[in-house]
Design a protein around this ligand. Structure first.
Ligand code: SAH
Length: 244
């Protein structure tokens, strides 16, 4: 999951829900309305994010990914409401604002190879696949991994590799990665992932206890291997499960 904490929930959400269910058949306008809402939220939260705007390439990628195809049929009408939604197995698809903020913080180049921990329904995976050369994604719940793989393969993505396993261990075989994104909360910085980050690489990970104070944290590995980390947003994510 996740949702941003510590700022007001907008009135727009309820309105947008109604608009989506009443008026939109193909979701194009709903997607644009959501992007406008995220842009406004970035301005509202700039004290946390330290930025005034999301890179337009991130929004281009989000425009290209049909979020309605990643959520259960029963909540399809809510696909463009700016909030997380349940996807089964006790997991959620992240709030679109968070997807935009995390993706933006990775500062991806088209030549980058990215490791994602927590495939979930595969929505964030798809957004990354539009911006990077290759995405390696690891999911601990086998059935989620299988359905994300089937969905993204059917949608024609050819630059994603999937793995079922414990993301705490990363995916050493393809390391080092230019960027690493963790979409579940870790109580501390995951050591194996730091090892697998390239020099010059960026990692974004929510750090903090389950149900407690978590911060979206950006860690940079400078040339020479020195790590610089900064927490920039209070959030609430599902936990990064430890299998051992
Ligand atoms: N990226 C998703 C968000 C998924 S929610 C999106 O686009 O919306 C977090 C995901 O992390 C869940 O699917 C959960 O099963 C997975 N997860 C939790 N612990 C994990 C671990 N140790 N290794 C890999 N995946 C894990």
């Amino acid at each position: 999951m996740c949702v941003i904490l510590g700022h007001r929930k907008t009135r727009r959400t309820g309105l947008l829900t109604k608009m989506v269910s009443d008026r939109y058949d193909d979701f194009t306008d709903a997607r644009e309305a959501l992007i406008a809402e995220i842009e406004a939220e970035v301005v509202e939260t700039r004290g946390f994010l330290g930025i005034d705007r999301i890179d337009s390439k991130v929004f281009q990628a989000m425009r290209a990914v049909p979020r309605e195809d990643f959520v259960p049929e029963s909540v399809r009408d809510l696909a463009y409401v700016n909030r997380p939604l349940a996807i089964g197995h006790g997991q959620t698809i992240s709030q679109p604002f968070i997807v935009a903020a995390m993706t933006n913080a990775l500062a991806l180049s088209p030549s980058d190879r990215v490791l994602e921990i927590g495939t979930g329904c595969g929505y964030q995976t798809a957004v990354l696949a539009h911006l990077a050369r290759h995405v390696y994604t690891v999911e601990v719940i086998e059935r989620l991994a299988q359905s994300a793989r089937a969905r993204l393969t059917a949608q024609g993505y050819g630059n994603i590799d999937f793995r079922v396993g414990d993301g705490w261990l990363g995916w050493a075989e393809h390391a080092p990665y230019d960027a690493i994104i963790v979409t579940a909360a870790a109580p501390e910085q995951p050591a194996a992932l730091l090892d697998q980050l390239a020099e010059g690489g960026r990692m974004i990970v929510p750090i903090g206890p389950t149900g407690g104070a978590q911060r979206l944290t950006r860690i940079e590995k400078r040339p020479g291997g020195e790590l610089h980390s900064s927490g920039f947003l209070p959030v609430a994510f599902v936990p990064l499960i430890k299998s051992r």
